[in-house]
Design a protein around this ligand. Structure first.
Ligand SMILES: *Cc1c(COP(=O)(O)O)cnc(C)c1O
Length: 219
């Protein structure tokens, strides 16, 4: 089924939109199967699981995104291997990534996570916090600001999802106007299994799809 799911999603995705297959809680065999179907980019949200899978699948030469909450004491499990950290959700984490990048001579590509959903529990910055960071962007010599990530409200109400996506899409456009010098700031990572088709209408450049590829997760 994994192959069929990927093929069906790909058929609907514009070629310029990057599909991240979110493989969290699924075994490495499932990832190999997705890879056989042509999928190259995978996302994980727990540092230990991320590092373990990266190591076990090193032979495949995959691209890995990290998209979960990242504690600063776990950076070394993630930053050496992640091509993009999609879920930077606090100043404390951003500062720690900068320090790690400086100490290791690396520039880390990140997305800033904007809190858009109605749920209090969801992580992410407020708009004004992101503005504060980007006004001081040159201070982050070892960080590449690549854009925004957001998770819409978990709901069947399409209007609410559209409102969330419109908000993040508008904010991204506003930031691109305000900070034209940030030439890498172009990604908009919105859309998951339930709402990725809607996200395409709001300029998603990255969609993060787990369940619709791999099936339900067994927690
Ligand atoms: C798990 C997860 C996804 C994928 O969710 P599905 O609904 O299974 O597609 C996408 N983004 C983030 C940040 C996640 O944690």
């Amino acid at each position: 089924m994994i192959r069929e799911n990927i093929t069906a999603i790909r058929r609907e995705l514009p070629p310029e939109v990057k599909l991240v297959a979110v493989s969290k809680f699924h075994p490495v065999e499932a990832i190999r199967e997705a890879c056989d179907a042509g999928q190259r980019v995978f996302g994980e949200n727990r540092p230990q699981e991320f590092e373990k899978k990266v190591a076990e699948l090193a032979d495949l030469g995959l691209e890995w995104h990290f998209l979960g909450h990242l504690q600063t004491n776990k950076l070394k499990l993630v930053l050496p291997y992640a091509s993009l950290v999609e879920s930077v959700d606090s100043l404390h984490l951003l500062d720690a990534i900068q320090d790690w990048g400086k100490a290791n001579g690396k520039v880390v590509s990140v997305l800033l996570e904007l809190h858009i959903g109605a749920e209090q529990t969801k992580q992410g910055f407020k708009e004004e916090e992101i503005l504060d960071i980007l006004f001081r962007a040159e201070k982050y010599t070892n960080i590449r600001f690549c854009g925004l990530m957001g998770m819409a409200t978990h709901t069947d109400c399409e209007d609410d999802i559209r409102a969330d996506f419109a908000r993040i899409a508008d904010f991204k456009a506003y930031l691109q106007d305000l900070f034209p010098e940030l030439s890498d700031f172009r990604e908009l990572s919105i859309g998951m299994s339930g709402d990725w088709r809607i996200a395409l209408g709001y300029g998603a450049t990255i969609v993060r799809i787990g369940t619709a590829i791999f099936g339900e997760r067994q927690y």
